[in-house]
Design a protein around this ligand. Sequence first.
Ligand code: SF4
Length: 508
Amino acid sequence: GAALLAYHAQDADERVRLEVRADASDDEVPTSQPLSMENVLLLRDRMKVVRLNGAGTPVDAYLGIDIGSVSTNLVVIDTERRVLKEIYLRTNARPIEAVATGLQEIEQELGGLINIRGVGTTGSGRELIGELVGADTVNDEITAHKTGAAFIDDTMLGLGVDTIFEIGGQDAKFISLQQGIVVDFAMNEACAAGTGSFLEERAKELGVRIEGQFAEIALSSTAPVRLGERCTVFMERDVQRCLLRGIALDRAVAGLAYSVATNYINRVVRGRKIGDVIFFQGGTAYNDAVAAAFSNILGKRIIVPPFNGVMGALGSALLAREKALRKAMPTTFRGFAVDKIDYKVKEFTCHHCTNSCQMQRFTIEGEHSFWGDKCSERYRKAVKVEREPVIEDLVEFRRQRLLAGHNPEREETAPGPTIGIPLALSTYDWAPFWLSAFRELDLRVRLSEPTTNQTVTLGLDSIISEPCFPIQVAHGHIRWLFDNGADLVFVPNNISAPGDPKAKPSFF
Ligand code: SF4
């Protein structure tokens, strides 16, 4: 484009100059301090899988299965809580096949050497797989991860783990503990920017292997580029821009390690209390550069426990063992051959909200279990609690509070023109502010309507890149406003905003 403009330019003043810079000096690019492993404690090699020698009678064993949307992990322990087997598999949207493969491997290797006395399941597929394998205990991920971490801490350190960072393929969790009890926890919401898949995709774009090579390159950098924390869509562009400016690969890779840690702190932890004994677990904890980034940012020691990638399954096996020993009841485990178990599958689409999840309903011995939901609520077995909610519908409560200043009658008579406010992202969060501002300016305000399938479709038709779902929905709100009488639509470009004083600096 620049060349064509230059070709058609009438005189020298119109000529376009294309400036190509071979490199950017350090004082032009913000940098972070080099990553260092000095304050990272890797316990990976200090506890290993125990191999049974096959002599004597089979030993009692306990099986833990963690079924997530990305990975399925299995762990077998014995009564002394020694790990006899760990398996990591890709779920590939087929949880039953993944578990069947894992169980087959365990049977082949340990079948004659162990007697399964208890089985626990956890993860998003815990109910389905629990039903299928005949689990003795089914636990949520927070309980399972906490149990695994507390066990490693008790047996290896005795420091009293008080904080767990767990970063998996597509999800991330934060758990805060006090004397072994969970006092707070959080999970990532729609954003994948602080998860393993974010890092994996960026590494692929850079032609760097995520296993080993990424950390090696990142840790060799003396001046990591400060990329900040950004939406994954923009981050891809930012990294490419860095490389085009001639910035060395190691600096960009180290910058990415910092980004994933900053994203996690700002989007998952969000100002919650971070203690002093921090365990970093989940698949992403195999990446030493991310552990180093956490320790540099927080100025605290980061501990990477052994079996960090299968900690949920380990916790689940420990919970199964504890229950079996406490109750002294025979296990309900159906055996290793789950592929022989008779079950029926029915596929359907849930229309209860705009996510329109593609669901599978499994019927095993008359019991229904579900797979494919994004909300972890509608198809889960209800947990019985005695307390009544203080506010019945928090989402509706928030909506009413944010829109309290909106008076549709006043809008009809205001001089105008009509300005649309999309009720999405920050314009929704700050609706009281913008409503007051536009009222003072005598503008007529039109608000977009609650999200429906039509909003999503409008959004999908309006975008050219592939942003995350909330951004797609926001586009739908804007389109709807233009189609419904708005002369203008207000979409501010937020440069900065007052944030939580406890949060790390962010590019918003
Ligand atoms: S998120 Fe939940 S309620 Fe919404 S469509 Fe999916 S399963 Fe149904």
